[in-house]
Design a protein around this ligand. Structure first.
Ligand code: DGY
Length: 319
């Protein structure tokens, strides 16, 4: 392995990789585009690195920082969430951590609305029905779902993405309520404690970061307070929900449905979820718009090169 190199845990696409190649830095790129490095390959890859550009699938902890060595200056995450990075361990070693906020706000909010539309209007179920070749005719009760207009959306974690979902929901005629800290709060959104939000909302959409405090924020007790017709959408982090409790509630039809882009033990999917019609599942694709992913990679590259060149990064997490 070289030393002082920049280790990149996946090919980031043509434009970001071109900028990296032109930077004059020595690059080591994990060769598989869609599969993460094994822990063994990762630890070998970062050994001696001055910088790491990482995806959310790689755990960046004290063990890894020590393996990299004292010359490691920056861990640049290609994600807004940095729950895969031990920020404290980085801080204590003088390593700058950066992330990619803003560029993925719209794409993630779009997917949250997509999951909501799919659930409320039963789009995935209806598609499967037609593909099975079932006989059908237009009928007043065929695949009846729920209108969006008039429903109450409860946003849990009213940051940039929560606000973008609220904006979209209002355009669909929904009333928006919110719980959680509100750094970017705008008018027209009623605030309330989480317990009240869970008991009030028809649709609950999660946008909180994963921390020790938010793990299982939605647990069996919280689910029990939801309205029987409620649906829950999660495009944030799977561990915000106690998945066992959710599966039980969905099986018992205690709540109406769930739209999940993220999972508690990602990439494993709770087997109970796979058996249910009242869930729509997507493989953590909230930010998977072509322009968005390029934007994320470009920002991550900019952040990494800035730190290595002795300049302040654009979006530091622990700066
Ligand atoms: C993030 O950036 O944290 C998202 O989960 C990636 O889509």
């Amino acid at each position: 392995m070289p030393t002082g190199h920049l280790y990149i845990t996946r090919d980031l696409g043509p434009e970001p990789m071109r900028i990296l190649r032109n930077s004059g830095r020595e690059l080591v790129v994990h060769p598989h585009r869609d599969l993460p490095p094994t822990r063994h390959d990762l630890l070998n890859g970062v050994s001696g690195a001055a910088g790491i550009i990482t995806l959310l699938t790689e755990v960046m902890n004290a063990e890894l920082f020590d393996r990299a060595g004292p010359q490691l200056q920056v861990v640049s995450a290609v994600s807004v969430g940095t729950d895969n990075v031990d920020i404290e361990a980085a801080r204590s070693r003088g390593i700058t951590v950066t992330n990619t906020p803003d560029v993925l706000t719209d794409a993630t909010a779009d997917l949250a609305m997509g999951l909501l539309l799919a659930l409320n209007r039963r789009i995935v179920e209806a598609d499967a029905f037609l593909r099975r070749g079932e006989s059908w005719s237009w009928g007043p009760r065929v695949f009846l779902g729920r209108d969006l207009a008039g429903e109450v959306l409860g946003v849990v974690g009213y940051g940039r993405i929560g606000e973008a979902v609220a904006k979209r929901a209002r355009a669909f005629g929904m009333r928006v309520i919110a719980a959680g800290s509100a750094p970017t709060a705008s008018g027209g959104v009623e605030r309330m404690p989480l317990s009240q939000l869970l008991a009030t909302a028809d649709v609950i959409s999660l946008h909180a970061p994963l921390t020790a405090q938010t793990r299982h924020l939605i647990d069996a007790e919280g689910i029990a307070t939801m309205k029987p017709g409620a649906v829950i959408i999660n495009t944030a982090r799977g561990q915000l929900i106690d998945e066992d409790a959710l599966v039980q509630a969905l099986k018992a039809k205690r709540i109406r449905g769930a739209g999940l882009d993220v999972f508690e033990n990602e990439p494993l999917i709770h087997p109970g979820l796979l058996e249910l019609d009242n869930v729509v599942l997507t493989p953590h694709i909230g930010s998977a718009g072509e322009q968005t992913r390029t934007g994320m990679a470009l920002l991550a590259v900019k952040n990494a090169l800035a730190v290595l060149d002795g300049r302040p990064p654009v979006t530091p997490v622990n700066g």
